[in-house]
Ligand binder design. Structure first.
Ligand SMILES: [Zn+2]
Length: 57
């Protein structure tokens, strides 16, 4: 596999043994959802609802 180093990068993993998707946005925010559609909507809604780690507070 080749991976471009630029652009928006999302990662979605399916947690083994569950129906839960765990997604990580390029901004570092993480989100879990059982519905793949909901997961993509969360990502496409960036930055709404995203709370990247290490941003203080
Ligand atoms: Zn994000």
């Amino acid at each position: 596999m080749t991976g471009p180093a630029t652009g928006e990068i999302y990662r979605v993993d399916w947690l083994p043994g569950t129906d839960v998707l765990h997604g990580t946005c390029h901004c570092g925010a993480e989100h879990t959802a059982e519905d793949p559609v909901a997961m993509w909507e969360w990502m496409l809604a960036h930055p709404e609802g995203h709370q990247p780690r290490g941003n203080g507070s």
